[in-house]
Design a protein around this ligand. Structure first.
Ligand code: C5P
Length: 239
């Protein structure tokens, strides 16, 4: 369970991140998400810089390729010292196993191996799209559960999922299996393009163990206050 909500740093460049983080006290150590947009713009240096500032990092690159390539890529990423990273479960058990092994091999001696989680079905995928595009004919829920089970078999530490699926994933796996959920909106805030949302407290009650929050903090007029409120609500809610 992470007590800190993970802040999605969805910004176009380092300067925008610097401006955003300048609104937080220097001593406030954050858990931040670095995604494809900023990683492809700034490269691994953005991760090193955020780490030097004292923050923990979820590197959200959603790797999906042949096992050998993913394993070797993870070996490289492990040297960056991130806390958490991910792959697509659709890559298969062999690919996920190779990813985990790559992380273990690439982690410098004496350092913690990053946690590895799998994306199941993207929350932007509808059941109709899954049937048509992927030719997976089960229910969306069943497909998510199947992918979560595969991730566990491959030795991964958890999954990215909708909070609506968190409890069932917990039942099918273990309490400690990470259920990281986006789509979090505090009561009364802008929904944006997210469809199935929950408040931080609802997500915790539903079985999420980590939450990712973007715009309610990054677009807030008072980001630090918004962050503290969300953190408080998340911490206080019981499962
Ligand atoms: O701004 P917002 O809180 O909607 O940001 C959520 C973050 O989580 C974004 O970086 C988005 O890409 C990511 N995400 C998501 N849904 C998923 C996986 C990741 O919203 N299924």
């Amino acid at each position: 369970m992470s007590e800190r909500p993970i802040i999605a740093l969805d910004f176009p460049n380092k300067q925008a991140i610097e401006t955003f983080l300048a609104q937080f006290p220097k001593e406030e150590k954050l858990f931040v998400k670095v995604g494809m947009e900023i990683f492809y713009q700034e490269g691994p240096a953005i991760v090193t810089w955020l780490k030097d500032c004292g923050h923990d990092i979820f590197l959200d690159l959603k790797l999906h390729d042949i096992p050998n390539t993913v394993g070797r890529a993870m070996e490289r990423l492990a040297s960056l010292g991130v806390a958490l990273t991910n792959v697509h479960a659709a890559g298969g058990i062999e690919m996920m196993t190779a990813a985990k092994k790559g992380l273990q091999q690439g982690t410098p001696a004496g350092h913690k191996v990053p946690d590895l989680i799998a994306v199941t079905q993207l929350t932007s995928t509808s059941e109709a799209q899954m049937h048509h595009d992927q030719q997976i004919m089960t229910s969306l829920q069943e497909s998510v559960m199947h992918y979560a089970t595969c991730a566990q078999k491959a030795g991964l530490d958890g999954v990215v999922c909708s909070a609506h699926e968190a409890k069932q994933i917990k039942q099918r796996t273990t309490d400690a299996f990470i259920r990281l959920t986006p789509g979090i909106r505090p009561a009364g805030s802008e929904v944006g393009d997210q469809k199935r949302i929950m408040t931080p407290a609802q997500a915790r009650k539903a079985g999420a163990t980590m939450i990712v929050v973007g715009r309610p903090i990054t677009q807030s007029k008072a980001p630090y206050e918004s962050y503290l409120q969300i953190k408080q609500e998340w911490k206080e809610a019981s499962q």
